[in-house]
Design a protein around this ligand. Structure first.
Ligand code: ADP
Length: 453
């Protein structure tokens, strides 16, 4: 379509140029022609041909002189048959009326357009006839036809080329998407170590990078899950093994003294309590992992001073048992938005640890403070402390610095994991500083409610 439009414009332009040339030629002839027309207006002078020769006209022009009665009296093509015949043409009629006339029509024989221009011949006594110049646009036609053929060929070729390029590019893209789909299918079948090959920097490459990041994260989560199941099974297995051992020995030794049976049963009872503790903690971790939204729905305005002072009251007997001084300082009320039970559990676990991991006659200080837009609950002890290698892991599930000691204290390695999950559910964080044999400082940071501001 574009080619047709361009070709049409070129043709019209060339045709109008040709028309202007024809008009110039006709005007030039007409300005002298009246001298050559005989008095009876029926012929031109013998030397008219000579005069035309001096103008050195292009051969493409056919010039006719028409008298004022519309009869041809001269034809540069020398066709005597038309001399004396009427030339009733649109352009001639206009010219004899005193105006320049022009017309374009199709030559019936060749099919080319013919440009037809007529100009009046003005003598001192008035209009004595008209010069009619015609020119066939065959050269323009042939030229434009050739251009048209080439443009069409070019259009077809470029369409083919564009089609080919689109086909190749689309194919390359779909091939990468097909590969991508294959990898995703593999992943959904549980094969998580699949990676996309990243080539280039386009959308698909970026999608590949995002995919690889997601795959890595999923693999990490899967690894954690496997580790968790294995750790949990192991933790549950230990008390079960002791229970099994003790019950077996009661069953297999009918002569076992009554006091020993009682001792075994009390140990079994302790192990059952321990199993119960582990299972309850596991349930509360799972709850926080899977029901973060539910925890958020229970948020209410809480005065942290009340929550912490309840915890201190609960832990007081435990501290007293070990002759540990348990101090609580809070200047004023500090409001936050939170779930009371979840927060209680988190702060309780950290304070409980401070008492558990502090020697007799030690000291535990709990300080409640506001800083910027945050509430800070600092729990500081002068107990056994930890090395940095340990503080990096204490929030992991089942991590205990000293497994043997943990059994004595009834530790499960889940307390801090629960505290961490609970604080995260409140958009807070926990910081730890600790030094072996000097003590530890845990700081729980929570966003303040607007009521404080
Ligand atoms: P546990 O039930 O064993 O106390 P936690 O998750 O509460 O488990 O704590 C993980 C480990 O971090 C503990 O086994 C202990 O070794 C260490 N820990 C926690 N709090 C303290 C503290 N205040 N002082 C020294 N060690 C601590």
């Amino acid at each position: 379509m574009f080619s047709y439009y361009i070709v049409g414009s070129i043709y019209n332009f060339l045709l109008s140029e040709e028309k202007m040339d024809a008009s110039k030629t006709a005007n030039m002839i007409s300005s002298f022609a009246w001298n050559y027309i005989s008095e009876d207006n029926m012929s031109v002078a013998e030397n008219f041909d000579e005069f035309l020769g001096t103008l050195m006209l292009d051969e493409k022009y056919r010039v006719m002189i028409i008298n004022k009665d519309s009869l041809a009296i001269f034809d540069s093509h020398g066709n005597d048959a038309i001399i004396g015949k009427a030339q009733i043409k649109q352009s001639v009629i206009t010219a004899l009326g005193g105006e320049e006339g022009n017309d374009t029509y199709e030559d019936e024989l060749t099919g080319y357009d013919v440009i037809d221009v007529s100009v009046p011949i003005k003598a001192p006594q008035g209009i004595v006839g008209a010069v009619n110049a015609t020119v066939t646009s065959d050269k323009i036609g042939i030229f434009v036809g050739a251009v048209k053929d080439e443009l069409i060929l070019l259009s077809v070729l470029s369409c083919l080329l564009i089609g080919l390029v689109i086909f190749v590019v689309a194919n390359l893209m779909t091939r990468r998407i097909i590969k991508f789909t294959e990898k995703i299918t593999l992943m959904s079948d549980g094969i998580l170590d699949e990676k996309m090959d990243i080539r280039g920097n386009d959308e698909i490459a970026r999608m590949g990078v995002a995919f690889n990041t997601m795959a890595e994260k999923l693999a990490g989560i899967e690894q954690q899950r496997i580790q968790f199941v294995s750790d949990a099974s192991h933790e549950l297995k230990t008390p079960l093994s002791s229970i099994k051992l003790m019950s077996d020995s009661i069953i297999q030794n009918p002569d076992i003294p009554k006091e020993q049976i009682h001792e075994f049963l009390s140990d079994i009872n302790n192990e059952v309590d321990r199993l119960n503790r582990i299972i309850n903690k596991l349930l509360s971790i799972t709850k926080m992992d899977t029901e973060t939204e539910k925890v958020e729905n229970n948020f209410e305005l809480l005065d942290l001073r009340e929550v912490v002072s309840d915890i201190i009251k609960t832990l007081y007997p435990l501290a007293k048992n070990s002759e540990i001084a348990l101090n609580f300082t809070a200047d004023k009320e500090i409001y936050i938005l939170g779930d009371k039970d979840t927060l209680f559990q988190a702060i309780y676990n950290i304070c409980d640890n401070a008492i558990k991991y502090t020697k007799r006659y030690g000291e535990v200080n709990v300080i409640l403070d506001k800083k910027d837009l945050e509430a800070h609950i600092v729990v500081r002890d002068n107990g056994v402390g930890m090395r940095t290698e340990d503080t990096e892991h204490i929030f992991e599930r089942f991590y205990r610095v000293d497994k043997a000691r943990a059994r004595e204290t009834g530790g499960t390695g889940l307390g801090l994991a629960i505290a961490n999950a609970a604080v995260k559910a409140h958009k807070g964080s926990i910081q730890v500083f600790s030094e072996p044999n000097i003590g530890s400082e845990f700081t729980i940071i929570l966003p303040l409610a607007e009521k404080n501001a």
